[in-house]
Design a protein around this ligand. Structure first.
Ligand SMILES: Cc1cc2nc3c(=O)[nH]c(=O)nc-3n(C[C@H](O)[C@H](O)[C@H](O)COP(=O)(O)O)c2cc1C
Length: 325
C-alpha cells in the first residue's frame, strides 16, 4: 500500500460513522451533499457475504459520487474475513475495507465478532493480517475499535499497536468500552493515547455533537480526523457547518425549521424512489426513526411525534409535516 491509495488521510477529514439501519446508500448520499468527506456502509457479516452474497450485496452497493467510501465487515474467523473482503473488493471496488471490532450487540459479540475482538487481541491481529494479506495492493484496510471490553480491560493502545503491526492503514477509535454500549461519555484521553502510540492515522470518535467539538479536536492536532455518528442522524448539516468553522472560524447558523422539513422530505422521497427497502409501507416503517431524528426540535413536532412514529405513507408524512411548516 502506498499513501496514494488513501489520499484523504493527508487532510483532517470528517467521516460519517457506519450505522446499521441508518447509513444506507440514500442517507450516505445525503451526508455527502451535506459535506461529509468520507463515508462508510453499515456493517455486513463476513459469513453472510460468503453464504448469501446476492442478499447481502445490496448493503454494500456503492456509487461513484459517494467516494471515498469504505465497506465494513464483521466476523471472527480470519480466513472467512479475508475471503469476504476479497468478494466485496472484486464486486464493488470500495476505497477501503473496515474491520469492525466495536459492535456491542449480542447477535455479533455472541459469535465472537465486533467488540468481543477487544477481549482477544491476538485474534483481532490475525484477522487484520489475513485481510491485509488477501487484499495486498488491491484495497487498503482499516479497523474500528472501542477503548476496551469493560472498564477493567482498557486495551485500545495495545489493539492499535497490533493492528499497525498487521498492516492496517488507519484506525477509528470510539472512546467507549463495550460495557458502556452508548451510555456515559466517550474517553478522548484514550483516543489521544492511541494516536500518540502508533504512526498510522487515528480517527477519533464519540460524542462529537457540535461543530465546536470538532474544531476543538482539530486544534489539538492529535487525531488525523473525526468520525460522527448520532449527531449526523439528527443533524446531517453538521458536516458543512463544521467544515466552514474549520476553514473560516465562522459558525454558520443551523438550517431553518423549513429547511429541515424540506431535507426530511427529500431524504424520504429519495429513499422511496430508490426502492432500497421495498414497497412504500415497508420503506416508511424503516424510516420512522430517521424521520423522528431529523425533525426533532422543530417547533410543533413534539405534539406530532406519535403520528410520525406511526406514519405509513408518503401522503400522510407530507400532511403531517405541512401542518408544521
Ligand atoms: C444506530 C446505530 C448503529 C450503529 N451501527 C454501527 C455499525 O454498523 N458499525 C460500527 O462500527 N459502529 C456502529 N455504530 C457505532 C457508531 O459508528 C459510533 O461509533 C457511535 O455511535 C459513537 O459515535 P457518536 O457518539 O458520534 O454517535 C452504530 C451506532 C448507532 C447509534
Amino acid at each position: 500500500m502506498n499513501a496514494d491509495q488513501m489520499p484523504w488521510l493527508g487532510k483532517f477529514c470528517l467521516y460519517l460513522a457506519p450505522m446499521a439501519g441508518v447509513t444506507d446508500p440514500i442517507f450516505r448520499a445525503l451526508c455527502k451533499e451535506e459535506g461529509a468527506d468520507v463515508l462508510e456502509t453499515e456493517f455486513v457479516s463476513a459469513a453472510g457475504v460468503l453464504q448469501a452474497w446476492e442478499r447481502t450485496r445490496r448493503y454494500v452497493q456503492l456509487t461513484d459520487g459517494q467516494r471515498p467510501v469504505g465497506v465494513q465487515i464483521f466476523g471472527a474467523e480470519p480466513g472467512q474475513m479475508a475471503a469476504a473482503a476479497r468478494i466485496i473488493v472484486d464486486a464493488v471496488h470500495p476505497d477501503f475495507i473496515d474491520i469492525n471490532a466495536g459492535c456491542p450487540v449480542p447477535k455479533v459479540v455472541g459469535r465472537n465478532g465486533g467488540a468481543s475482538l477487544m477481549k482477544d487481541l491476538p485474534l483481532l491481529e490475525r484477522i487484520a493480517r489475513a485481510v491485509v494479506q488477501e487484499l495486498v495492493e488491491d484495497c487498503p484496510v482499516t479497523a474500528k475499535i472501542r477503548s476496551g471490553w469493560d472498564a477493567d480491560s482498557i486495551c485500545a493502545v495495545e489493539a492499535c499497536m497490533r493492528l499497525e503491526n498487521a498492516g492496517v492503514h488507519a484506525i477509528t477509535v470510539h472512546g467507549r468500552t463495550r460495557s458502556q454500549q452508548y451510555s456515559g461519555t466517550a474517553d478522548w484521553n484514550i483516543i489521544h493515547s492511541c494516536a500518540r502510540s502508533v504512526r498510522i492515522p487515528i480517527i477519533g470518535n464519540g460524542d462529537l455533537r457540535k461543530p465546536e467539538d470538532i474544531l476543538r479536536e482539530r486544534d489539538k492536532g492529535i487525531v488525523a480526523g473525526v468520525m460522527i455518528g448520532r449527531a449526523a442522524m439528527s443533524s446531517p448539516w453538521i458536516f458543512d457547518r463544521a467544515r466552514h468553522l474549520l476553514d473560516t472560524g465562522e459558525l454558520l447558523p443551523e438550517p431553518t425549521p423549513q429547511e429541515k422539513l424540506d431535507l426530511t422530505l427529500h431524504c424520504v422521497r429519495s429513499t422511496l424512489d430508490s426502492g432500497h427497502y421495498g414497497d412504500e409501507h415497508t420503506t416508511m416503517r424503516a424510516l420512522r426513526a430517521r424521520i423522528l431524528s431529523l425533525t426533532k426540535g422543530i417547533p410543533g413536532t413534539k405534539e406530532r411525534r406519535p403520528a410520525l412514529a406511526r406514519v405509513s405513507s408518503w401522503i400522510e408524512l407530507q400532511e403531517i409535516l405541512r401542518s408544521l411548516g
